[in-house]
Design a protein around this ligand. Structure first.
Ligand SMILES: Nc1ncnc2c1ncn2[C@@H]1O[C@H](COP(=O)(O)OP(=O)(O)OP(=O)(O)O)[C@@H](O)[C@H]1O
Ligand SMILES: Nc1ccn([C@H]2C[C@H](O)[C@@H](COP(=O)(O)O)O2)c(=O)n1
Length: 231
């Protein structure tokens, strides 16, 4: 992929990563957050599905990896994300389904370099994830029982260490994803409202000293990530 550009230095950009197992409700919650808080929703999976449609070697490679429930190379997804961020014209992003592993996280850090404000972790038991995905009916190639199990293994082996990374740095905000979508959103809303409040307070206190591409708000950390998937 060609050079995709970068944000102007000093511009404050808000980034929230949204992670959780396959089918945990990341997309569902992101749609609700967008309506209420004005973020642009970027789904890593959707960007890859779009790219997979192209009749190129890269498109075929992405399609095959996704069908097998595997992760695509990090530089590729990070550049797709950066391109979509720049094209949106917005300065607040929900990055859904990212980072999925340590390599994703490091590639983001070296290419996009914008510290996430926090990481929303939607925590949900495996049995519920399977049930939801098998009922989803969106015609996705990877929504079959074998690929779902592979995706769940990848989540446990590769994504949970990233969850723990952010938890150690007090950046993780965990919500119980097993509740109804509206009940989950109530918890999510409280987290985003707190971020807004803190950003407004820091802007009022010192309008010229707001962080630029560093963490803007720091809502109180989640309860320990201790659910059934975080063994
Ligand atoms: N809290 C919830 N309770 C019950 N069903 C839900 C809930 N949240 C989402 N769903 C349903 O579960 C399915 C998966 O949700 P969604 O697509 O939002 O998950 P996801 O985490 O984005 O999935 P993926 O990682 O596979 O893209 C959808 O059919 C959605 O309507
Ligand atoms: N950072 C990412 C995000 C997604 N993928 C691939 C592998 C996933 O199974 C697939 C679907 O993603 P979802 O819609 O479930 O978020 O996309 C990846 O390789 N890297």
């Amino acid at each position: 992929m060609d050079e995709v550009g970068s944000f102007p230095p000093g511009k404050k950009i808000a980034v929230v990563f949204v992670i959780g197992g396959p089918g945990s409700g990341k997309g569902t919650q992101c749609s609700m957050i967008v309506k209420q808080f004005g973020f642009t929703h970027l789904s890593a999976g959707d960007l890859l599905r779009e790219e997979a449609k192209s009749d190129t070697e890269q498109g075929t490679m992405i399609k095959n990896l996704m069908r097998e429930g595997k992760l695509v190379p990090s530089e590729l997804i990070v550049k797709l994300l950066l391109k979509a961020m720049l094209q949106s014209g917005n300065d607040k992003f929900l990055v859904d389904g990212f980072p999925r592993n340590e390599e994703n996280r490091q590639a983001y850090e070296s290419i996009i370099k914008i510290e996430p404000d926090f990481v929303l972790f939607i925590d949900c038991p495996k049995e519920e994830l399977e049930r939801r995905i098998l009922n989803r009916n969106q015609g996705r190639d990877d929504d079959n029982i074998d690929t779902i199990r592979r995706r769940f293994e990848v989540f446990q082996e590769s994504t949970l260490p990233v969850v723990q990374y952010y938890e150690k740095r007090r950046k993780l905000r965990r919500v119980d994803g097993a509740k109804s979508a509206d009940a989950v959103f109530k918890d999510v809303k409280a987290i985003f409202t707190q971020l807004n409040t803190q950003n407004e307070a820091s802007a009022t206190a010192s309008p010229h000293s707001r962080p630029t591409t560093a963490a803007a708000g720091n809502p109180s950390p989640s309860s320990p990530a201790s659910s059934c998937v975080l063994l």
